[in-house]
Design a protein around this ligand. Sequence first.
Ligand SMILES: *[C@@H]1O[C@H](CO)[C@@H](O)[C@H](O)[C@H]1NC(C)=O
Ligand SMILES: *[C@@H]1O[C@H](CO)[C@@H](O)[C@H](O)[C@H]1NC(C)=O
Length: 196
Amino acid sequence: MGFKKFSYCLLSHRFDDMTASCNLVLAGILLRAFTKNHRRGRRVKVPYRFLVLGSDGHGGTIIDSGTTFTFLEIEAFEVVAQEFEMQMAHYRRAANVENQSGLRLCFNISGEKSLLLPELVFHFKGGEKMALPVADYFSFLGDSSTVCMTLVTDGVVELEIAVGSLIILGNFQQQNFYLEYDLENERLGFRKQICK
Ligand SMILES: *[C@@H]1O[C@H](CO)[C@@H](O)[C@H](O)[C@H]1NC(C)=O
Ligand SMILES: *[C@@H]1O[C@H](CO)[C@@H](O)[C@H](O)[C@H]1NC(C)=O
């Protein structure tokens, strides 16, 4: 379409107001991504080849507003899932819910007085960090006695995978973020924002 940049801000999946819609802003103003200090967590290393396009144009990482849950190729998924599993070892795994939902890492939290979930922060090569709100990577299921991680991998949930991408940052993980794609300068900008 010849635009030099475009942006959007995706509403929460909890559609309180079904009439609400997102604005797609074409040729908006570049916003600097902001960062803030977070509690030091454990860094999970994703193989470099997952982040860059191969010479055949396959592989790498894309951001896609049409994919629901972030897809991580099994190798990358496992390192994240194992770390989450370790940090949440004191909760009961809900294997029955995992089987039914196709999601992995579901926990039965009925009777738990408090819920402490691991942080998830995407670290970008340029030094920016995208700290996701918990609702962007965990969802309550059913009567809210179960909480499931909303990252997926091969063989989990039915997926419409874009050609050969190894990591797809899906729209669930973009909720309440303002994202701007500066096509001219090949830069991505983002900031946390309650999208209206
Ligand atoms: C979940 O599915 C696996 C594989 O089909 C099966 O072995 C296991 O018993 C199931 N667990 C529950 C709790 O349904
Ligand atoms: C969660 O655990 C409670 C208490 O053990 C049990 O009654 C309930 O059926 C479990 N929920 C699921 C979804 O498995």
